[in-house]
Design a protein around this ligand. Structure first.
Ligand code: SF4
Length: 958
């Protein structure tokens, strides 16, 4: 059974023979013309001129003296007129989306031949309705009354008053816009349609004289199209051909036939040997597949294509139809190899491409530029984001790592281009134009550079697609630049009529609405298209994705400022018409297909309801076809990450060798890391994957800790190895300047790392606040020490280590680290740790400190006890060892004491000598495990540890 266009080609050739070249074919879109021409070529044996083929839009515009202006230029003109008429001071970027909507409304008003003066009128005096709209039918009057009665005779709300204010301004705006456009020989499309239709005088003019028209494949018609078709029907030669099926035309309840029923009545079709009951007669295999994942639908499409491979690669054999355009890339990524020729006919949203994210990173960079003493400085996060962007990193692959290192080691928040590096690309990227025109040039320059680089260097599969994105982006920004340069001058009298921020906002929202049109060689291979692109085309095999409620049909109608009831009253299309249009696309593409697979996403997630489209329910209940329904097990959304285990291969053991030869020292925090998660230990200490360092803009917890440590060290350094008493400590507390110097010294070395000695240090904002807090803690700690005095300061930031032989006696592990402070008091050595985070001053038993399953394991206690162990091992004969923690969060408590306590001893301060044997046993056990080649590094079973783990992206946990 031939499809519509093929039947039409055969029929017209049989009817007109070589005279077919004298026909003018009018189709709803260009693609229908291309396919028709190919079908016609297959009929024709001799050389023949093809008929003239045009779209309906071309028919209107080619017969008008007006030129359809670019939509961007139109919205700028509308903005100027709107501001003049209403006195609005609204910036252009917030006006723009609304302006586009208004232009669509004006377009509708003209295409549907509505009297704009009547529509944009305040009719809150209800009694005027009957008089003003006496020619309207009862249904229309009812809609108008329903709308306006809410405004009648009562106190109007703020929104209602605002609506009336704007509504009444719309007619003058509409009139003024048309006038100014016409004055320049320009128009929007609706204006052209209306002007042409108003020119038709009952066939007495010469318009279209001598032409023979064939109008084919239309469905919904606006009033201008209806008038034009009626004019041709009554005054010129015309043949109408409609693509429909009795299944939805005969049944008045089927919305898909809404327009066709009227078309057939107004513009009857002459004899056409073409099946209009294919929907029922052509046997169909229909299947519905649900898959609990959005992108998982593409996998189903791939499997279906593999199963169906027929060896044929005709353009009308198989189509994959995407009701949601976002699925384009996932589908293209999984097409079976046999489908080597693929034609994509649809738009892909620019906002989902890396080209858009590049510009949006560049916008952010420009937004945050700072100018200081003649230097342009860029915010570090924007710099890193840009250098990390896939399109920039392919130009400068090593740079991000280098710049990140520089930023972190110098704690740079803002940096100049000289600090980033020297290259042509960097100079282009890290530039800071002053004007909006300059900014357009800046974006274009960078896009061009990346495009050229891709063209010259990259052969990767993404290269072509990336270039397509960049090309579209370039055209869009270039068009905007033209408008700023030319129309800006013409419309507003100056080029810089919008400021930078408005330009950024506008550019961002404008790019978000742009679609990248993919249009390949349509006459071969597998066809991938959107549902709108299927009009007039027929395929034997169909795979239709995203058959979900809310997507097919779309629930959101395109925005309009004209309220629903006024649209109905004036005969403008609304959501009912939109639904009927989608229903027609849906049933029409099915009518002659043989194998149909519908796929929908069954997981309720974000915008997706997980419900199948109502069209599928209708098909199941009404079509009479047996429709199988299956659930695909494929689900990438819920795949649980594979568990990771690292065997201790020779290579891994080699990486640990330094520890068991006593060459590298195992720190208490490394030991603690292993207990928390062996895999985390492996990443950090065997694979050498540094935990990402972060640049700190304000003093974060870690930097705060460092500043505190350094302040205390600076204050106590003069007393090292000396006994301090309460008076001396009191003197320090009173010496505010000294404490200030200590804190500023600590700020310099821990925070303002790159600053020179000679440079004055200025603290402001949050840092000043941190200064105050450090000051408070330091004074409080000194006061606590006054209570503990006298004591001798035996060590400050002291490095210690001991050698720990494993059971074989051959392997010796070096354990150690830096102790914050060592005090000698009452004959014992006090090992003191300063802790800024939360910690507990007591623990239950020694063994629990090594137990990975223990809830709230006291990590701070373990680390202090490891230091105590090292000390006692090294100075056994000398002294007792008492571990202690200054938990800064708790030091303001009245009875705070730093000594660590053990619950099994009735919460008495710990004398480590009493615990050393049990501690040593557990430590040995642990070290034996760490260095046992038969025990792999595995992941923790306590997933809460993954939440803040630096490696959770690898494990896909947390
Ligand atoms: S994410 Fe979890 S399992 Fe993976 S290394 Fe970190 S703590 Fe261990």
């Amino acid at each position: 059974m031939d499809g519509f266009l093929e039947s039409l080609a055969k029929h017209l050739y049989a009817k007109h023979g070589s005279d077919i070249s004298r026909l003018t074919m009018i189709f709803p879109n260009r693609r229908a013309g291309i396919f028709f021409k190919d079908y016609l070529n297959r009929q024709v044996k001799d050389t023949l001129f093809a008929p003239e083929i045009m779209t309906i839009s071309e028919l209107f515009t080619e017969n008008s003296l007006l030129h359809v202006a670019d939509p961007l230029s139109l919205v700028f003109r509308l903005y100027k007129i709107y501001c003049e008429v209403t006195g609005s001071k609204e910036p252009f970027d917030t006006f723009h989306p609304w302006g586009e909507m208004l232009l669509n409304d004006f377009d509708d008003v003209d295409k549907y031949l509505v009297e704009a003066g009547d529509l944009f009128r305040n009719v809150s005096e209800l009694k005027e309705i009957d008089v003003l709209f006496s020619g309207f039918d009862d249904e229309a009057i009812k809609h108008l009354s329903v709308f306006w009665q809410s405004f009648e005779n009562k106190e109007q709300s703020f929104n209602q008053k605002e609506f009336i204010r704007v509504w009444q301004a719309l007619f003058p705006v509409y009139k003024e816009l048309r006038l100014s456009l016409r004055g320049e020989g320009m128009a929007y499309e609706g204006m052209v349609y209306r002007e042409l239709v108003e020119k038709l005088h009952g066939g007495k003019d010469e318009l279209f004289e001598g032409k023979k028209f064939v109008i084919a494949g239309f469905n919904a018609l606006n009033r201008c199209e209806e008038r034009l078709f009626a004019y041709l029907r009554d005054n010129r030669y015309v043949e109408f051909y409609w693509d429909y099926d009795n299944y939805y035309v005969d049944d008045k309840m089927q919305e898909a036939g809404l327009f066709m029923r009227k078309n057939l009545r107004l513009f009857p079709q002459k004899e056409f040997p073409y099946s209009i009951d294919a929907f029922k007669k052509k046997s169909k295999k229909i299947k519905i597949v649900n898959v609990p994942s959005h992108v998982g639908q593409s996998q189903v499409a791939s499997r279906e294509l593999q199963n169906r491979k027929s060896g044929k690669n005709e353009f009308d054999d198989t189509a994959v139809i995407l009701c949601d355009e976002e699925l384009l890339m996932p589908v293209l990524g999984v097409l079976p190899e046999e489908y080597n020729k693929v034609n994509v006919t649809m738009g892909f949203p620019l906002k989902s491409t890396p080209a858009y994210s590049l510009v949006s990173h560049m916008i952010e960079l420009q937004r945050n530029v700072r100018k200081e003493t003649g230097k342009v400085l860029f915010y570090h996060k924007n710099v890193l984001a840009l250098l990390n962007h896939q399109m920039v990193s392919m130009l400068e692959p090593e740079l991000r790592r280098k710049v990140a290192g520089y930023i972190i080691s110098n704690n740079k928040i803002y940096l100049s281009v000289e600090e980033i590096g020297e290259s042509e690309i960097l100079a282009s990227l890290f530039d800071s134009p002053e004007t909006t025109l300059g900014l357009s040039g800046y974006f274009l320059n960078m896009i061009r550079k990346i495009f050229n680089h891709l063209q010259e260097n990259s052969k990767g599969e993404n290269s072509e697609v990336y270039r397509e994105y960049l090309y579209r982006l370039y055209l869009t920004i270039n068009r905007l630049k033209d408008i700023l340069e030319n129309d800006g001058e013409k419309i507003f009298g100056k080029t810089d009529f919008i400021n930078k921020e408005t330009y950024f906002n506008f550019l961002d929202s404008y790019l978000r609405g742009i679609s990248v049109p993919f249009e390949g060689e349509p006459l071969e291979g597998l066809q991938v298209m959107g549902i709108l692109e299927t009009r007039t085309l027929d395929f034997k095999n169909l795979i239709i994705l995203s058959m979900n409620d809310g997507i097919m049909p779309k629930t959101s109608s395109s925005g309009s400022f004209i309220p629903y009831n006024l649209r109905r009253g004036f005969g403008l299309p609304s959501y009912e018409e939109q639904n009927a249009m989608y229903a027609y696309y849906f049933y029409r593409v099915l009518q002659r297909a043989e194998n149909i697979t519908f796929v929908y996403n069954s997981s309720a997630d974000g915008l997706f309801t997980g419900e199948k489209s109502r069209y599928l329910y209708q098909l199941q209940m009404e079509s009479g076809y047996e429709i199988s329904e299956v659930t695909s097990t494929y689900d990438i959304a819920t795949v649980t990450p594979k568990s990771i285990t690292i065997e201790k291969s020779d290579e891994v053991m080699k990486s640990l060798e330094g520890y068991i030869k006593g060459e590298r020292t195992l720190s208490p925090s490394a030991i603690d890391k292993y207990i928390t998660c062996p895999l985390q230990f492996y990443f950090r200490y065997s694979a050498g994957m540094e935990e990402p360092d972060e640049i700190t803009e304000d003093v974060d917890a870690m930097t705060f800790g460092n500043i505190f440590h350094e302040t205390m060290e600076w204050l106590y350094k003069p007393h090292l190895h000396k006994e301090v008493n309460a008076n001396e400590l009191n003197a320090i507390v009173k010496d505010k300047e000294k404490i200030k110097d200590a804190i500023l010294y600590a700020f310099r070395s821990s925070y303002f790392k790159g600053i020179k000695e000679s440079d004055e240090l200025e603290l402001n904002g949050r840092n000043l606040l941190i200064y105050e807090i450090v000051n408070k803690y330091v004074v409080r700690l000194l006061k606590l020490d006054i209570k503990r005095a006298p004591f001798k300061i035996a060590g400050l930031e002291q490095r210690v280590k001991t050698l720990f032989p494993l059971s074989d006696g051959k392997r010796i592990v070096s354990i150690g680290g830096i102790i914050d402070r060592l005090d000698k008091k009452d004959g014992a050595l006090h090992v003191l740790d300063y802790k800024t985070g939360s910690a507990d001053i007591s623990f239950g038993i020694v063994e629990e400190l090594f137990d990975p399953e223990k809830v709230n394991r006291n990590k701070a206690a373990l680390q202090t006890l490891i230091y105590s162990y090292v000390l006692l091992k090294e100075r056994d004969s000398e002294t007792d060892v008492v571990p202690g923690i200054y938990i800064l969060r708790n030091i303001f408590e009245d009875k705070f004491l730093p000594e660590l306590k053990c619950k099994e001893d009735g919460n008495k301060p710990v004398n480590f000598r009493d615990k050393i044997d049990r501690f040593e046993t557990k430590l040995l056990e642990l070290l034996e495990e760490i260095f046992n080649p038969d025990i792999p590094f595995s992941q923790t079973t306590k997933e809460e540890s993954c939440k803040y783990c630096a490696y959770n992206e690898i494990c896909r946990r947390g």
